[in-house]
Design a protein around this ligand. Sequence first.
Ligand SMILES: C[S@@+](CC[C@H](N)C(=O)[O-])C[C@H]1O[C@@H](n2cnc3c(N)ncnc32)[C@H](O)[C@@H]1O
Length: 227
Amino acid sequence: MLPKSLPPEFNPSRINWDLKNKSTHERYEEFFQDRRHPEIPNSFLKPHSLWLEIGAGTGHFFESMAKLHPEKNLVAIERDRMRGKRLVRRSEECGLKNFMGIRGNAIAAFMTGIEPETLERIYILYPCPWPKNAHRKHRWHFHPTMPKLVAALEKNGHLILASDQKFYVEEAHYVCSQKYGLEVLKFGEISPHPLNALELFPQGRTKFEQTFLAQKQPCYELIVRKS
Ligand SMILES: C[S@@+](CC[C@H](N)C(=O)[O-])C[C@H]1O[C@@H](n2cnc3c(N)ncnc32)[C@H](O)[C@@H]1O
């Protein structure tokens, strides 16, 4: 039997090289200028604070959070056709005025649709880790959307990221703190924190987290604040 390939390793020199190469970012911005993007209705913007979940699956976590936080507006975006449809149906049928599910691409939303300083929290739970070196530009922290994502956070806004891949959270930690100057509030294995709501979901907040926890696989997280 062939040996299993090793997981990617955290490599700061390669990250620094990647961060210097900006040309793809400009091309990306141009590409999205005239494209349609998922719309967040104005009624979800002010006066309530807005929380966004990217890659929300079918939206179970954000529906529960919307019930717990009626004073906030929560929007969940999911790109996958089937999961996105179930997310939209869930938000239409749940009867919550402060929860909305959108089937669409969060990248397009950030490139042209979401204004700077509009989000109080962004949750990205168990994103695809894109483990192949050649695909690393798709990881959220290296993605051309990342500057927009950081800009979209309000002052004192938070990004809450979780992954079963240690290298992913290590890289995100390095990029968020070194390149974007975000303040690190939590970094390492997941454990309850007021911003991650883990204590309310002991079996896992999302489907992926439930699977990892049931298999006793370690999960990692990063919580950062924009100052
Ligand atoms: C590994 S799954 C995790 C789903 C869920 N967060 C969970 O923890 O169970 C990652 C999800 O992110 C979605 N996704 C990836 N890129 C996206 C994008 N640009 N916009 C919206 N959703 C995206 C995928 O379709 C997929 O459903």
